[in-house]
Design a protein around this ligand. Structure first.
Ligand code: PLP
Length: 395
């Protein structure tokens, strides 16, 4: 009989020539299980999605409850659907009062697309600034903001009037002007290999955008929902962006994203022309129910106050000379090695030993570590022992 792996390679689109090929039969908490019963500790949270672990019982309960009522009923923005309405209200309650309206999407890239559109229409300007080494998604608009020439050139032409500044470089803020509609920034650069900006830089960026009438748009698609030790990473910097883009960890494992802004900014899509931004499945009621439950779990289980202590435990357990640097904030971490060969060998060995770690799109010399926030101290010690073992073998 043809195996699932063979069918995967034959019939599903391949995004690289070397997929990991780990077959998942089920997942629970911080573990994935293969069909042979092998368990894997998921130290990347399905790429910053499973912040509360896989299949959290409260999320399952919320999904089942919603399934018993209704699933898709109409395009987003027409009928009143309780899961959307309540989730928007609960999300806004966690944000500064300058935010007043939520648009739900299916994914992070779609949140970026929507944010670009409202920024251009609200300001009446066309120019957008993003950061070198940024990653905001793979759709054409989001890809236009990618600060990596290889990807830009492969899919050119992308959006015009996009320019780039160097992340965390104060001097480059001079490029923001009264022609700039918006500056798109990751609160912490993820795919660049976890670059945490200085507080002074973020404050200067905020000031410059305010002075130019430019909207500051934060991508918290990787950093949101407790990952960095705050519910949202912008809280670390003492500033508030104008638009917040969310996805990944928002949904407790279900597909959902959002862009959030002041009501007067969001309202530009209502008319002139009407229906300026529409989606069929965005804000799916089952996803919104899961997201509501997930947010409740993050807050009720006090996961955020534990993040820093767990991060420190990782740092002390991985304090070995072969790791040149551990960058990050909270449980969004990066272990800097010397070469991709080392990263590849270490992550393969770890997978054989039942630990999933990975690397970054724009930084292949560093290991990605971003476990579910629910990971226990014992599990951290077990994982770090295997990572140390792998590093001793290959670095
Ligand atoms: N922004 C950031 C910072 C991301 O890391 C990603 C995905 O990895 C995206 C946007 C795009 O999100 P999605 O894959 O849901 O479209």
């Amino acid at each position: 009989m043809i195996s699932n792996r063979e069918l995967f390679l034959k019939n599903t689109a391949q995004t690289s020539n070397s997929p990991r090929l780990i077959e998942v039969e089920r997942a629970e908490g911080i573990y994935l299980y293969g069909p042979d019963g092998k368990s894997y500790m998921d130290l990347v949270s399905g790429f910053n999605v499973s912040n509360i672990g896989h299949r959290h019982p409260k999320v399952l309960e919320a999904i089942q409850d919603q399934l018993s009522k209704f699933m898709h009923v109409t395009v987003y923005g027409e009928f009143v659907q309780a899961p959307q309405v309540h989730f928007a209200t609960e999300l806004l309650a966690q944000l500064p009062s300058s935010f007043g309206s939520v648009y739900f999407t299916n994914s992070g890239a779609e949140a970026v697309e929507g944010a670009m559109k409202i920024a251009k229409k609200f300001t009446g300007r066309r120019e957008i600034i993003a950061a070198r080494k940024a990653y905001h998604g793979s759709t054409q608009g989001a890809l236009s903001l990618i600060g990596n020439d290889a990807y830009r050139e492969a899919y050119a032409p992308l959006l015009p009037e996009v320019s780039f500044i160097t992340y965390n470089d104060l001097q480059d803020l001079d490029l923001i002007s009264d022609k700039t509609a918006a500056v798109f920034m990751e609160a912490i650069q993820g795919e660049a290999g976890i670059r945490v900006p200085d507080r002074a830089y973020m404050q200067a960026l905020r000031d410059k955008c305010t002075a130019c009438g430019t909207l500051l748009i934060f991508d918290e698609i990787q950093t949101g929902f407790g990952r960095t030790g705050k519910l949202f990473a912008f809280e670390h910097f003492g500033i508030v962006p104008d638009i917040l883009m969310l996805a990944k960890g928002i949904g407790g494992g279900m597909p959902i994203g959002a862009f959030v802004s002041a009501k007067e900014i969001m309202d530009v899509i209502k008319d002139n022309p009407m229906l300026g931004h529409i989606t069929t499945f965005g804000g799916h009621p089952v996803s919104c129910s899961a997201a509501r439950a997930s947010l409740k779990v993050i807050l009720a289980e006090n996961l955020i106050p534990q993040v820093e202590e767990k991060a420190q435990l990782f740092r002390s357990e991985l304090d070995i000379p072969q790791i040149k640097e551990i960058r990050g904030l909270g449980l969004m971490m990066c272990l800097q090695l010397e070469s991709f060969e080392q990263v590849y060998a270490v992550s393969n060995y770890c997978a054989e030993q039942g630990i999933i770690i990975d690397w970054y799109l724009h930084c292949e010399t560093a290991l990605r570590v971003a476990p579910p926030l629910t990971i226990s101290k014992e599990e951290i010690k077990t994982a770090c022992k295997i990572i140390r073992e792998a590093i001793a073998k290959f670095c």
